[in-house]
Write a protein that binds this ligand. Structure first.
Ligand code: 3HC
Length: 318
């Protein structure tokens, strides 16, 4: 089939919500976009473990420690699912890891902020995982099969992440004056970076229009951001706290919350590596990769041995 026919029949499948699978023909640009988005999503999950891991040894109780360990372990699993989904498009795990460690690939800006108090664990669960859920539930209907299927399981675990975070803040909000102050301080520091997780606004987004046509995205950055703000503006009332936005106000006509200006320069700076913790996060990942080299070598040697034992004599590796 000529390219144009291929493109046409591909788009017809997408328009009819027929899932695209790894062996199906797809435009190079579709493959490239998905490798970019899925691999960066996976990097975000892996780097996203670092801010919370900082509090595992300092959790205020054994229960909180166990819950936080479970959550951080989940994020590692999410990263592995997503790397595997990206591999179905023809990129190797090594290539993706190299893109992250060399600083070529992006990961979510949100993970470049410091976790200063225990309340940050609550704010991350409630706001960061809450934003992730808002963004990831529609991805369960993405046109690319392996991505959509990976999202189904990830979203189930994200809802546990968000609930445990909100519960941490709820307990603090009912605690001492110092605990209430700690709760509000964490919300103040994590609110706007969480709002920025949804990406630049639609006019400034180079990918959104095409990703909508390909049904990789089911909603635009601004639509999901608005939904997130509407939900959090109600939930924060249950905490007896406030979101750090004096312009946040219900707009009866729009049936949405109006909100204040987003500091796009901050997002640009953090994305380009000048956030509070970018260097520390990447250094930690580079170090972890180096420290784990012996595990990879042992696993490869074991796999090689197993292959030799399994291979019939004539294929015995010299
Ligand atoms: N942080 C870092 N980079 C960002 C960003 C952010 N918050 N928002 C946008 N960008 C980057 C994009 O990657 C793109 O750069 P690139 O072309 O070099 O990849 C550029 O800015 C333009 O942005 P667009 O909005 O046009 O790009 P996308 O169409 O890819 O939309 C996105 C960005 C909404 C993040 C989309 O990629 C997406 O939905 N990704 C999947 C979900 C995801 O990655 N979430 C990140 C958090 S994961 C997480 O929270 C885990 C949870 O367990 C805590």
């Amino acid at each position: 089939m000529a390219l144009a026919e291929n493109e046409l029949s591909f788009q017809e499948k997408v328009d009819q919500d027929i899932r695209i699978e790894p062996k199906d023909w797809m435009p190079d640009a579709y493959r490239k976009t998905l490798i970019r988005q899925i691999s960066q999503h996976a990097h975000s999950e892996i780097v996203g473990m670092l801010p919370e891991a900082n509090w595992i040894t300092r959790a205020p109780s054994l229960k909180r420690k166990a819950t936080l360990i479970a959550k951080v372990q989940d994020e590692a699993g999410h990263g592995l699912y997503l790397y595997s989904a990206a591999e179905t498009m023809g990129i190797s795990r090594e290539e993706m890891v190299d893109q992250l460690l060399s600083g070529k690939a992006k990961y979510s800006s949100i993970f470049n902020y410091p976790t200063i108090t225990w309340a940050d664990m609550g704010a991350i669960g409630w706001l960061v995982d809450g934003a992730a859920i808002m963004n990831q539930v529609p991805l369960c209907r993405a046109s690319y099969g392996p991505y959509a299927r990976a999202m189904v399981r990830i979203c189930k675990e994200e809802s546990f992440h968000q609930r445990q975070g909100f519960e941490i803040l709820l307990v603090l909000s009912k605690g001492s004056e110092a605990q209430r102050r700690m709760c509000q301080d964490a919300i103040d520091r994590w609110w706007w970076p969480s709002v920025m997780m949804f990406g630049p606004n639609d006019e400034a987004s180079p990918h959104t229009a095409q990703s909508m046509r390909w049904k990789i995205k089911r909603f635009t950055n601004d639509e999901l951001r608005q939904r997130f703000i509407d939900v959090c503006a109600e939930q924060v009332k249950l905490l007896g706290m406030r979101l750090p936005d004096d312009l946040l106000k219900w707009n009866e006509e729009r049936q949405h919350y109006d909100f204040g200006p987003i500091d796009w320069e901050e997002l640009r700076q953090v994305i380009s590596g000048n956030g509070p913790c970018n260097k520390e996060r990447l250094a930690a990942r580079v170090q972890a990769h180096a420290d784990g080299a012996w595990v990879r070598e042992a696993a490869m040697a074991h796999a090689g041995k197993r292959a030799q034992r399994a291979a019939p004599d004539q294929y015995k590796v010299a």
